[in-house]
Ligand binder design. Structure first.
Ligand SMILES: Nc1nc2c(c(=O)[nH]1)N[C@H]1C(S)=C(S)[C@@H](COP(=O)(O)O)O[C@H]1N2
Ligand SMILES: [Mo]
Length: 408
């Protein structure tokens, strides 16, 4: 017997017609076909979440809903997004190229496929916008939830080629001390010192086991671990090795901190130790007194988190929290502390220390470091970056939780 066509559909149709299965009481062709469809509906070739799950990024400015976070990995559809006025370009990976040139021995253009043939690594790293506290710091914006106070930080397992592999391939000349990275939209260029480029920077094409998503830089982005997010250029298309930083738009404007004397601090690359309690957090509600798990995230551009402490009395005393293992360097670190709430008003907060011994400051300590008063953060007309003060939440007797950052 000859069965027409090669597809499964034709096979079923041909086979059934010849055998007369329907007549013999065996499942009919149509039934078999719809079973196939039903199976696809059940399994879903590309899965989606339950209709009861509604966690989402803030509409603008794309904050990760940290209050819903568990563990350390941010789901890709909830990774925060900061794109300066740019729509994600619609890049065909088969067409995409990365040019590496400038002060090098052999300028090269890599197709994406060629990059993927080079040795790759996978690493868990956080990504955070240095302006993460932009909303926290602006009382007019009245940030209430941890999504609004800290939502410009996320954490993923990134896969890609170490930038050092590609730089060694092109051969950096002795005079090549910096590089300038440029994106496909031509709206975002940034300078990165050679030392960091050769250390742990990735040319990342994958995030949490799938291709980096368009909003986050598809098909190729830089991932500059532990440094302010602005350095991690999305939709990367060109790297030029140069002899000095290029003072590009973003590094000398909003990603600089203007101090009280009118001078700006530029190139504040590394992100300081930071942590926040994600649950219970602003606008959440404790069901009643008794056992309550306090949990949150800690991270530092200086390396691995060594210790996190939780206070439930406004910083008068501190308790050591448990860290989720393994602790990755320059990654979100989940901490947990079991609290027995007595039903009275309480101020809860966390602070962390990284492997260098750097400790997250309280607001008062941060003010001292900067030589400012709290007014500087709240009324400054200049955007202020790198705010990493200990963040308190106030728990009321009715179980409601409120942002208390300006009370501390
Ligand atoms: N091409 C391009 N790259 C970019 C940006 C951008 O606007 N365009 N924004 C930068 C900033 S300020 C941050 S904080 C991070 C945010 O990365 P994400 O949107 O994947 O979270 O990307 C950086 N890379
Ligand atoms: Mo940013």
């Amino acid at each position: 017997m000859k069965i027409g066509g090669t597809g499964r559909r034709q096979f079923l149709r041909g086979g059934a017609a010849l055998a007369g299965l329907a007549a013999s009481g065996i499942t009919s062709v149509d039934a078999q076909e719809s079973e196939q469809e039903v199976a696809e509906q059940r399994i879903k070739p590309y899965g989606d979440r339950s209709r009861f799950e509604t966690s989402k990024r803030g509409q603008f400015p794309g904050f990760t809903p940290l209050q819903d976070s568990v563990g350390i990995i941010t789901p890709n559809p909830l990774h925060f997004v900061v794109s300066h006025g740019a729509w994600p370009p619609d890049i065909d990976p088969a067409e995409h190229e990365l040019m590496v040139h400038g002060l090098v021995d052999r300028p090269l253009v890599f197709k994406l496929d060629e990059l993927k043939r080079l040795p790759s690594v996978s690493r868990v790293y956080f990504l955070q916008c240095a302006g993460s506290s932009y909303v926290t710091l602006n009382p007019r914006l009245n940030a209430r939830t941890v999504q609004e106070t800290h939502g410009w930080t996320s954490c993923s397992e990134w896969t890609g080629v170490p930038l050092s592999v590609v730089l060694n391939e092109v051969g950096v000349k002795g005079s090549g001390k910096w590089l300038v990275a440029e994106d496909e939209t031509l709206k975002h260029t940034i300078s990165i010192p050679m030392e960091k480029a050769m250390d742990d920077v990735l040319l990342a094409y994958s995030q949490n086991g799938e291709a980096v998503r368009p909003q986050n830089g598809y098909p190729l982005r830089l991932l500059v671990p532990g440094w302010e997010g602005v350095r991690s250029v999305k939709w990367l298309r060109r790297i030029k090795v140069v002899d000095q930083p290029y003072m590009t738009r973003w590094e000398v404007s909003i990603y600089a901190n203007t101090k009280l004397d009118g001078k700006s601090r530029w190139f504040q690359m590394e992100l300081e130790p930071n942590s926040v309690i994600t649950s219970p957090s602003g606008e959440q509600h404790l069901p009643g007194k008794g056992v309550c798990e306090i949990t949150g995230l800690a991270w530092s551009g200086g390396g691995a988190i060594r210790r996190v402490e939780v206070s439930t009395n406004g910083g008068k005393s501190w308790n050591e929290a448990q860290l989720q293992e393994p602790v990755h360097s320059k990654a979100h670190t989940r901490f947990r502390f079991l609290w027995n709430w007595n039903g009275e008003e309480a101020m809860i907060q966390s602070r962390c220390m990284d492997e260098r011994g750097d400790v997250q400051p309280t607001l008062a300590e941060l003010n001292k470091i900067w030589g400012v008063t709290t007014d500087y953060w709240t009324t400054s007309t200049n955007r202020v970056q790198h705010f990493n003060a200990v963040h308190p939440w106030r728990v009321m007797r009715d179980g409601s939780v409120h942002n208390a950052v300006w009370e501390s």
